[in-house]
Design a protein around this ligand. Sequence first.
Ligand SMILES: [Zn+2]
Length: 284
Amino acid sequence: MPEVESLARFLTARCVGHVVARVELAAFSALKTYSPPLSALHGLEVGSVTRRGKFLDLEAGGLHLVFHLARAGWLRWKEAQPTTPAKPGKGPLALRVHLDDGSGFDLTEAGTQRKLAIYVVDDPQSIPMVATLGPDPLTEDFDEAALAAILANAGRSQIKGVLKDQRTIAGIGNAYSDEILHAARLSPFKPANTLTEGELAGLYAAIRHELTGAIDRAEGLAAKDLKGEKKSGLRVHGRKGETCDVCGDTIAEVSFADSSLQYCPTCQTGGKKLADRRLSKLLK
Ligand SMILES: [Zn+2]
């Protein structure tokens, strides 16, 4: 989500006040809505670009172009968009937006996963995954009491899953939940409703600190540099086998839901390796 927040700020600086000249769709499967059509955006002035959880919302003339980049999706800003029409079905290009001064951006998706999702709607709340978003951890009213209530409601669900669930807290993904739990020195498998007061305070501080820290590091970076910055700023996520820079232990990995997570045994689990619970479930 910090990258999405940074993209929102990047696009705000470049798009607001400009008119959408043309929008071209290259990956037909990425567009999840058909009415209003994409062409309804043509000629409308961009009023704002905001983040909703991990979604970006570009508002123009009361219409909303909303998109979710997913893991392999990205946004490429171009000072001068090509004038030749985009070729559908070729390469990573999914959507091309042209602004009135010739600049614009491309939404792209690498690989074959096809998870990039684009919507054109009158009201973002008509998108189910936006309507069900939980509170945003960077807003003013997300305080320690709000987090405590969320964790109490989550019962014995593992804290890693609670942090990642967009319906519980909006905007924290796989990478930053690993970073937050490492900073808070909590086991990813700890039941959500068993945190002590001290652990709760530590978790709250870690959420704020990790997210705002990542946004600050990304400040002023071009869209194309944000992914590299994200990777270099992570201390445990994606670093299996590397050394924990807090304690010197080796960062470990365990399967979780449909992917995997990384953690430091010394910092987070009293030195114990976590067992793959998916596998043990299958064996029962
Ligand atoms: Zn450590």
